[in-house]
Design a protein around this ligand. Structure first.
Ligand code: PLZ
Length: 415
């Protein structure tokens, strides 16, 4: 940590000051031999585990064959195969096209580029509690000022922010959101509405049923495009391939990253073919996008999810976790809300009025879990959400153990 402080800027944060030396099967081991139960999965990335056998094998083979050519210079088959898989797996039966980038932020950037290109419009609607990355566009779309935006402006123009549906806090009613779009921005100016189907960094907020579908219908009626940012929710995390599937919503553009690469950096933009095929040749791309190692890993990760029944596993994790957390809620009223889908579950911590956010308690519970060997993350616009993102390969035994540690943390910290 001392070397880190001397070599890195202070602005790069650390959740847990331990250095990983290996990780697999829901355990992260540090340089001192401490073993942590992993309820973070590298922020929803290692969905298939941190050293999934198929991923290790595919990447090992690929690294010996070739590391890079740049797909735009001399293509390779695995890139095309990843695009085919995403075209098939993303919501909707329409004809689609996919291209690959390096990160979630880049997938978001490109989604917005395409939407503006094909609509010829400027305005993009994002939501409070939204997170879309740390590049200029990603940061502009992101709702939370501290730590993501403070001091980093000026921001990209023509981004408007609407209220996200937040059932626990009773805000973000669809009718008023649509009225805002019509009256304040003007439907004819809106290129795209970009939305996380479950707000991730914002605190695993699951919008009111029908809210996403309402946005989707509004977009269709007004010639605006719906961009689903499935960077955190996608690729099996929520107990479906994509979180939009739970709501029967078919977006025009889907941005993916995180879980797609089994731990290697890759992002995807999957769009309606009739739209994205309008963009001129050479208008989209990048040096590293869809690197061969990342493509090999992505194909192996998708195969692992299919062959090992990990979508069903995410659903089972949801049942186990929500049952245990609801039981804890009846003993610890500081747990105001238990929510989420699949292996994307959170609790929102509140004061004695049942509503006032309690970020200090949230920090203390997280610290107590870390002290007892369970890696949990916090989230939420008010910093009062504990979120759980286990790899889908975690065993019931480890999950149970971790929930026991969490319960102990509530017992020691919440009075
Ligand atoms: N869209 C929905 O969740 C990344 C952020 C970590 P990148 N979330 C983790 C941090 O502190 O920066 C994210 C997301 C959603 C986009 C992104 C951005 O993805 O791969 O981090 O660029």
């Amino acid at each position: 940590m001392a070397r880190r402080a001397g070599a890195l800027p202070a602005g790069v944060g650390t959740t847990l000051p331990v250095f990983a030396v290996r990780a697999a099967g829901g355990i992260v081991e540090d340089a001192d031999g401490n073993r942590f139960i992993d309820l973070a999965a590298g922020i929803a990335v290692t969905t298939v585990g941190s050293a999934a056998p198929r991923v290790v094998e595919a990447v090992t083979k690929q690294v010996a064959d070739f590391t890079h050519t740049c797909f735009q210079v001399t293509p390779y088959e695995s890139y095309v195969a990843v695009c085919e898989r995403l075209n098939a797996l993303t919501p909707g039966d329409h004809e689609k096209r996919t291209f690959l980038v390096n990160s979630g932020a880049e997938a978001v950037e490109n989604s917005v580029k395409i939407a503006r290109y094909v609509t010829g419009r400027d305005a993009v609607i994002a939501f409070d509690h939204g997170f879309h990355g740390r590049t200029l566009m990603g940061m502009t779309l992101t709702g939370k000022v501290m730590p993501y935006k403070h001091g980093f402006g000026p921001f990209a123009p023509e981004i408007y922010r609407a209220e996200y549906s937040y059932p626990f806090r009773g805000t973000g009613d669809l009718t008023s959101t649509l009225a805002f779009l019509d009256k304040t921005v003007g439907a004819a100016n809106v290129a795209a509405v970009i939305v996380e189907p479950i707000a991730g960094e914002g605190g695993f907020i699951v919008p009111q049923p029908g809210w996403l579908a309402g946005l989707s219908q509004w977009c269709t009626s007004n010639g605006s495009l719906l961009i689903a940012d499935e960077v955190q929710t996608g690729i099996g995390r929520t107990g479906a391939w994509f979180a939009c599937d739970h709501e029967g919503v078919v977006p025009d553009i889907v941005a993916t990253a995180k879980g797609l690469g089994g731990g290697l950096p890759i992002g995807g933009i999957t769009a309606r073919a009739d739209l994205v095929d309008q963009v001129h040749a050479g208008g989209l791309g990048g040096t590293f996008g869809g690197n061969p190692l990342s493509c090999a890993a992505a194909l192996a990760a998708i195969e692992t999810i299919e062959a090992d029944g990990l979508i069903e596993r995410a659903q089972a994790i949801e049942s186990t976790m929500t049952a245990r957390l609801r039981a804890m809620q009846s003993s610890y009223p500081v747990i105001g809300d238990v929510r989420g889908r699949g292996a994307m579950i959170a609790v929102e911590l509140v004061g004695s009025d049942g509503m006032t956010p309690d970020p200090d308690l949230t920090k203390r519970i997280a610290a107590a879990c870390h002290q007892d060997g369970v890696l949990v993350l916090t989230a939420g616009s008010y910093g009062n959400v504990l979120r759980f993102l286990p790899p889908l390969v975690i065993s019931d035994e480890l999950l149970d153990d971790a929930l026991g540690v969490l319960e102990k943390a509530f017992a020691s910290q919440s009075r």
